[in-house]
Design a protein around this ligand. Structure first.
Ligand code: AHR
Length: 665
């Protein structure tokens, strides 16, 4: 958590004979320093061919009496749709490096069987293969993320899997797809280059892996407009040497680097624990922040612009399996402890969203820290599911930096910060603050200073329980579920919340964020003024100091058709009219450099010599006219300039001509 200062209030309270009621956390929201968007993919999931993660959990077969859509459980689809799953990783995990995708296509009764050596030597009949997975993603409304086999598969095999899934060309592989599955490609963006290649994925050294990843990545082609997002195997927790070597050797060939970190407590089951077990899991879970920050710092050495995302594609709690279940199936219950651990992790991911742009909890159904447990035709949603439900409001919202001064949760001479939080501002101008009190014994008074935000009211929901190991069972599915929460007050610049012990609270605050007032335009005319310049630059020049070779009015933002092909620049100036008060995101995709300013402030900086690259930035605006300036230069090679906008009531789109104006004579 960002700048958590654990203040020893409790000790002071004890010294003065005060009771635990007086534990206080002070949080400050800094809305003047909003920079990064919380990528919705942070709320991603992971489902492996492991135990009943797929078979029984998702796939029951088309002839099953359990209600299904083309073999996939209806109840599970419905539950996952409710929490807005953005992305799903598949087929593993360790299984991925033994999976040969061609075994999972074509008529199901003709697919070969294999033995799942990683997970209990059970027979895998390959009924759930590529098309079933991609259709499942469509049914739950998420993006697929496929992990390729670098451990026991070939370069050709992975290259052809990409082609089968993404190509609309004529080729023997796409003919196969047309014969077995469908005419049109699916267009899958996210691809993993192996899994845990330092372990079950091949026991490789980082050097060996990095060169292998470069080789596999070279033959994973982009088809049509779909540009692949390639995710390399990253470290386990604090293996910073792995991160360093992979970034050094393969950093230029990848878009993401994975990080795996579990909170292991596998000496006991998920429900069989006392406060030792609670504290142990909280302490291990909160280490995630350190692992992210330190791995990100290593990545900064090679990638200071944070182009490569850190993808925490396996995380969660890991206990001893439930009695009577196959130890290789990793089936565990889920309690209030897991809910609090999930909230801590999600707050950490939100607060580190400059680098963490995807995370995938392990695993969605019936395996480790699941969202859902199934038994025959029954299904139950776990406490962790409800944390994902409460936190989904942060998806794609702008992260508001927070400063937290909290008391410690002290246990047997050791301590962790009692309260952690994250905050965001969504496109409709609502601020969400997610608070988590990890202390199972003491309530906490939380004071939130909103600084530049004025709140006019709000609502809240809470997830808590009367005992640490409270769980949802098939017989009693609603023991740990969210409830409306009212023990908080909102005054203009301040919120006070009384948090019960072991609780997760998400506040939704109606706010007004200070934003520049609109400009009065006397005689607005459509279009922007532009100036065309020539010169040889490595970075954007100051066009105000140069003499334009041509001037004119442009209807929209595009490279003028009359240009010298290389060594030129353009500056667009004028006004943008936004329809509503709220937060607006601007995107610039350019080759070479570009920059976008609103009301004199740099909102998107995409400067320098580079291939097409997209950058975005955010600004709060009040309805009306605001100054806009866009600068662009081209040195040599290809050239691109696209400017898009997203905001309240405006889905992401190219900045439409109808929003652009200049001052008339
Ligand atoms: O999630 C279970 C296993 O944990 C995965 O298969 C593997 O990648 C990790 O070790």
């Amino acid at each position: 958590m960002r700048r958590i200062l654990a203040i020893m209030f409790v000790l002071a309270c004890f010294a003065f004979g005060a009771n635990a009621q007086q534990k206080i956390t002070r949080i400050t929201l800094d809305a003047t320093n909003i920079q990064y968007r919380i990528d919705k993919n942070i709320y991603g999931q992971f489902s492996e061919h492991l135990g009943h993660g797929i078979y029984g959990g998702i796939w029951v077969g088309v002839n099953s009496p359990i209600p299904n859509i083309d073999g996939m459980r209806k109840d599970v689809i419905e539950a996952l749709r409710k929490i807005d799953v953005p992305v799903l990783r598949w087929p593993g995990g360790c299984f991925a490096d033994e999976y040969h995708w061609k075994d999972g296509i074509g008529p199901r009764d003709k697919r070969p069987q294999m033995v799942n050596t990683n997970w209990g030597d059970v027979t895998e009949d390959n009924a759930f293969g590529t098309s079933e997975f991609l259709e499942f993603c469509k049914l739950i409304g998420c993006q697929p993320y496929i992990t390729g086999n670098l451990g026991s598969g070939t370069v050709r095999e992975l290259s052809q899997w990409v082609e089968y899934v993404n190509s609309d060309n004529e080729s023997p592989i796409t003919d196969l797809r047309r014969e077995y599955d469908r005419d049109k490609s699916w267009g899958v963006k996210y691809w993993g280059l192996g899994n845990e290649s330092w372990g079950c994925g091949g026991n490789m050294t980082p050097e060996y892996y990095s060169y292998l990843a470069r080789r596999y990545a070279s033959f994973m082609h982009n088809y049509g407009k779909n540009k692949l997002f390639k995710i390399a195997c990253g470290p386990s927790g604090d293996d910073y040497n792995w991160t360093n070597v992979v970034m050094k050797i393969a950093g230029n060939y990848i878009d993401g680097l994975s990080l795996h970190y579990y909170s292991f407590a596998n000496d006991r089951t998920a429900t069989d624990f006392n406060e030792n077990g609670w504290f142990d899991v909280m302490k291990k879970t909160l280490r995630m922040d350190e692992y992210i920050k330190k791995n990100s710092a290593v990545m900064d050495k090679y990638d200071p612009g944070k182009r490569v995302a850190l993808v925490v594609d396996e995380w969660g709690t890991w206990y001893k399996v439930e009695p009577g279940t196959n130890p290789a199936f990793l089936y565990q219950q889920n309690t209030m402890r897991d809910a609090v651990a999930a909230a801590c992790n999600l707050n950490i991911f939100n607060n580190n969203c400059d680098r963490v742009r995807m995370a995938n909890i392990a695993q969605t159904i019936n395996v480790l820290q699941s969202m859902i447990l199934t038994k025959g035709d029954s299904m139950v949603c776990t406490p962790t599911y409800y944390v994902f439900d409460l936190f989904k409001v942060h998806q794609n919202a702008m992260m508001i930096p927070t400063n937290v001064e909290t008391s410690p949760y002290v246990f047997k001479g050791d301590s962790v910060p009692a309260v952690n939080c994250s905050a965001s501002l969504d496109g409709e101008g609502i601020v969400h603050v997610s608070l988590c009190n990890v202390d199972p014994d003491s309530p906490e008074k939380v004071e939130v200073d909103l600084k530049s935000i004025t709140a006019s009211g709000g609502t809240a929901q809470i997830l808590t329980a009367s005992k640490m190991n409270a769980d949802n069972t098939f017989q009693s599915p609603d023991v740990v579920v969210p409830h409306a929460f009212s023990d908080f007050t909102v005054s203009a610049g301040k919120v006070e919340v009384s948090m019960p012990p072991m609780s997760v609270i998400v506040l939704a605050l109606k706010v007004k964020v200070q934003a520049p007032p609109p400009i009065e335009l006397k005689n607005p005319k459509p279009g922007l003024n532009f100036g065309y310049y020539e010169g040889t630059w490595t970075f954007l020049p100051n066009f105000d100091e140069l003499k334009p070779l041509a001037k004119g009015v442009a209807a929209g933002i595009a490279i003028p058709s009359k240009n010298s092909g290389e060594n030129f620049g353009v500056e667009f100036t004028g006004y943008i009219k936004v329809p509503k008060d709220g937060s607006y995101t601007f995107y610039l995709n350019s080759d070479d450099g570009s920059c976008l300013y609103i009301d004199g402030r740099t909102v998107v900086s995409n400067d320098g010599l580079h291939a097409p690259e997209e950058r975005s930035g955010y600004v709060m605006l009040n309805a009306g006219y605001h100054k806009i300036k866009i600068t662009f230069f081209q040195r040599g090679g290809g050239m691109t300039l696209d400017a898009s906008i997203e905001g309240p009531g405006i889905a992401r789109q190219q900045i439409p001509a109808g929003m652009l104006f200049r001052e008339g004579e």
